[in-house]
Ligand binder design. Structure first.
Ligand code: ARG
Length: 494
């Protein structure tokens, strides 16, 4: 039985293995074990700086912690007979350094502020990785858009052919969605990267600690001021999960389209074989399984988000053990979102679109009927609603040819349009798919010239986003590098 340094004083009696396993967060704590070492190091350095710990003890603790940092944490610290990795690591220090040194690390803190700090440190790394992946995804979408500025395709509403657009325009829609996801996650990062340390159980401590110092050692942007808030709140995790659920909703919609577009009814796209599966019985099959699993992962992430929200919503102040159950949901959501977006970037980059098939479909379903109505407005000064009714009636009768249009005009308005000069040629030009697109020149529209400029702008924005992310990542790396260097220096000084 390991020496359970946390429980041994207060609690008696044997617990069943089932009980220990149930109570322990050890499995999920593997995610935060490395962060815990950093938190321990920063805490000990602060205790030493504030002269709460004598320098000899601090050096002993720092040397042992640096050994864990360099060589890894021994498996014995992950025994799930410990309630969590914090207890496991502390027990390891007591066992290797003796209680007189190892038993002094936890002064002035609690696992409550400790775990919250660990989650935030791990989550900020995950967020930076997720943002980098979103960058790759946006780049893949922009590359398709650039290649297919002139690839006309049907645009849909209600999944019915609606108006022509281009593949570029369609891909830019997704790129903008994902850029907002990046903006949301960047916003969340600012609220994740704050230090709860020094809050201890919730009411802080009587030792003369320095919260700002531990925060800066660990590369946090500041402290969470109120110490009860610091240990009780998980809104930072809820925010990230909500942002990821929104992001995955976009992923799921794109995957739904890829599934549809690969079907033999549609044939707009061929996915690379490596992203597909076949059937164990039907030898001809090529199935878009990766896109389907991503669609389902969106459900998992939303499930993780829902689990986290419902865990928090009924909790009284301050820390409650329920919060332990939220953390694995957070890692599940983060992992599924990361894997999905990373693979999606690769799936898009290797997909082959079929411009011929897309163009074949672009004009179907009388998809330029709006342009015809607009031409009647411009040339014959009809109110739009009248022109809409005339073209609508002709469509109902199954033809937009001159005679059909004229019959409809007589039916709707009582007067003929051909008598006012409407010709076959005017109708033909108005219905032309490419001409229709060329006229769509307002900001964000599908005209190829507009799309070309939009792609340039989006590339510039992506480059700026990446640069800003890299600066943040670099500053976090620098803080951690400095923390370890300082800890080594202090541990050698003794
Ligand atoms: N394993 C715990 C968690 O994840 C750490 C905090 C334990 N605190 C306590 N008061 N039991 O939340």
């Amino acid at each position: 039985m390991p020496n359970d340094v946390v429980r041994r004083g207060r609690l008696a009696g044997e617990r069943s293995g089932e009980m220990m396993h149930f109570l322990s967060s050890m499995m999920a704590d593997r995610h935060i074990a490395d962060a815990d070492i950093l938190v321990d190091i920063a805490h000990v350095m602060m205790l030493a700086k504030q002269r709460i710990l004598d320098s000899e003890t601090a050096c002993g603790l720092l040397s042992a912690l640096l050994a864990l940092y360099d060589d890894g944490i021994p498996e014995s610290a992950f025994d799930d007979r410990f309630e969590d990795v914090h207890a496991g690591i502390e027990a390891h220090l007591v066992a290797t350094l003796g209680e007189d040194v190892g038993g002094r690390m936890h002064m002035g803190r609690s696992r409550n502020d400790e775990v919250a700090a660990c989650i935030r440190i791990r989550l900020r790394e995950d967020l930076l990785r997720q943002l980098a992946i979103l960058g790759r995804l946006r780049e893949a979408l922009l590359a398709i858009a650039d290649e297919h500025r002139e690839t006309v395709m049907p645009g849909f509403t209600h999944l019915q052919h609606a108006q022509p657009t281009t593949l570029a325009h369609h891909m830019l829609a997704y790129e903008q969605m994902f850029s907002r996801d990046a903006a949301r996650l960047t916003g969340a990062f600012a609220r994740v990267n704050c230090s709860p340390l020094g809050a201890a159980a919730f009411a802080s401590t009587g030792y003369p600690i320095n919260r700002e110092y531990t925060a800066s050692l660990l590369g946090f942007d500041g402290v969470i001021e109120n110490t009860m808030d610091a240990v009780a709140s998980r809104d930072f995790a809820l925010e990230v999960l909500a942002d990821l659920a929104i992001m995955m909703t976009g992923v799921s919609r794109l995957c739904e389209e890829l599934v549809l577009w690969t079907s033999s009814f549609v044939r707009f796209v061929t996915l690379d074989d490596s992203f597909c599966s076949t059937s164990s019985i039907m030898p001809q099959k090529k199935n878009p399984d990766t896109a389907e699993i991503m669609r389902a992962k969106a459900a998992s992430v939303l499930g993780a988000c829902t689990a986290a929200f419902t865990t928090v919503k009924g909790l009284p102040m301050s820390y409650n053990r329920d919060l332990q159950e939220l953390t694995p949901a957070l890692w599940r959501g983060v992992r599924d979102a990361k894997q999905s977006t990373s693979l999606l970037a690769g799936m898009l980059a290797t997909a082959t679109f079929d411009p011929v098939r897309m163009e074949e479909e672009a004009g179907k379903g009388l998809s330029t009927a709006t342009d015809l109505a607009d031409m009647l407005v411009r040339t014959y000064d009809l109110p739009f609603r009248t022109a809409h009714s005339i073209v609508g009636r002709a469509a109902r009768n199954g033809s937009l040819a001159l005679s059909a249009l004229d019959d409809a005009a007589v039916e709707i308005t009582g007067s003929s349009l051909s008598k006012r000069g409407l010709t076959d040629e005017e109708i033909r030009v108005a219905l032309d798919v490419r001409k229709s697109l060329d006229q769509k020149k307002a900001t964000g529209s599908p005209a190829p010239a507009i799309v070309r400029a939009a792609i340039e702008e989006r590339r510039t924005k992506l480059a700026a986003d990446r640069e800003a992310q890299e600066r943040v990542a670099e500053s976090v790396r620098e803080s951690i590098g400095a923390l370890i260097r300082d800890a080594r220096r202090i541990s050698r000084e003794q």
